[in-house]
Design a protein around this ligand. Structure first.
Ligand SMILES: Cc1cc2nc3c(=O)[nH]c(=O)nc-3n(C[C@H](O)[C@H](O)[C@H](O)COP(=O)(O)O)c2cc1C
Length: 249
């Protein structure tokens, strides 16, 4: 009994030590932003490997780990990917100029038409395009694909846009960014290239049963962190019912 008790004490002590680490995790959770401007400094294969080696512990539905990562180094492939990304990006900016939520699944036909009509204005709005037009020069570019047949899309039979399948992939993508942060590296998860998924597949020899889930740009940030703009807990949390009182302290 005595031994068990002391082992329990050890375990508790170990947990308390781990809480010290958790404080750093909390900082990371509250301050990991989207970084789109990078110093002209390479990320070694060793460092990138270590980032992926941490990220792979991400959760996924049924632990299927349906992700595949393409480390994109070839300059010609990078340039082509940037073109395909830019095309999606211009569509995104067109939505913004039209005052619409970009790519909302609930957009009406009229919304779609309005956004298309803004496309040439969007292409001319050069102040929006700095990152998109320099994507190919990011120190590291990762294309994350998802094996569609291995996704737990529990909502696949509902009469609405499906969302649950992506939940088996994006924690992994986010974990890449957190693991990068741990090493002083910043980055951004992007999805604009998915607008042109068939072309991206063809360029990178991605099989038809894989979706292009994200392109992640990584590099050492130029700027120091700024405070993140996020809604407070009570703005999105309610008690008991969706329309219940705000969960606040
Ligand atoms: C699913 C998802 C898709 C995103 N796609 C893009 C993208 O295509 N291009 C881009 O520049 N940023 C993209 N972002 C980054 C968001 O713009 C960014 O996370 C958000 O604006 C918050 O930025 P902050 O952390 O710097 O405040 C994406 C983020 C997520 C989570």
């Amino acid at each position: 009994m005595q031994m068990v008790a002391s082992r329990e004490r050890c375990t508790r002590h170990f947990d308390i030590d781990r809480y010290g680490v958790a404080m750093e995790l909390r900082d990371a959770l509250r301050t990991t932003n989207a970084v789109r401007e990078f110093r002209d400094l390479a990320i070694s294969d060793d460092t990138l490997f270590a980032i992926l080696d941490d990220a792979r512990f991400a959760p996924s539905g049924g632990n299927r780990q349906a992700w595949h990562v393409i480390v994109l180094d070839d300059p010609q492939l990078r340039a082509r990917l940037q073109e395909l990304y830019l095309d999606g990006w211009y569509d995104y900016v067109a939505h913004l100029l039209a005052g619409l939520v970009p790519f909302s699944p609930l957009a009406s036909e009229e919304d779609r038409r309005v956004a298309v009509a803004k496309r040439s204005d969007a292409e001319a709005a050069s102040h929006f395009h700095e990152f998109a037009q320099s994507l190919e020069r990011a120190p590291r570019l990762l294309v994350i694909t998802a094996d569609i047949g291995s996704l737990a899309a529990v909502d696949r039979d509902l009469d609405r846009y499906t969302i649950a399948g992506g939940a088996s992939i994006y924690p992994f993508v986010w974990q890449i960014l957190l693991a990068a942060r741990e090493r002083g590296i910043g980055g951004v998860m992007t999805t604009m290239a998915t607008r042109n998924e068939p072309e991206v597949r063809a360029v990178l020899d991605v099989p038809a049963d894989h979706a292009i889930a994200a392109v992640v740009a990584l590099g050492y940030p130029i700027r120091t962190l700024q405070k993140l703009t996020r809604r407070p807990v009570a703005a999105f949390t309610t008690r008991d019912r969706f329309n219940g009182p705000a969960f606040d302290l």
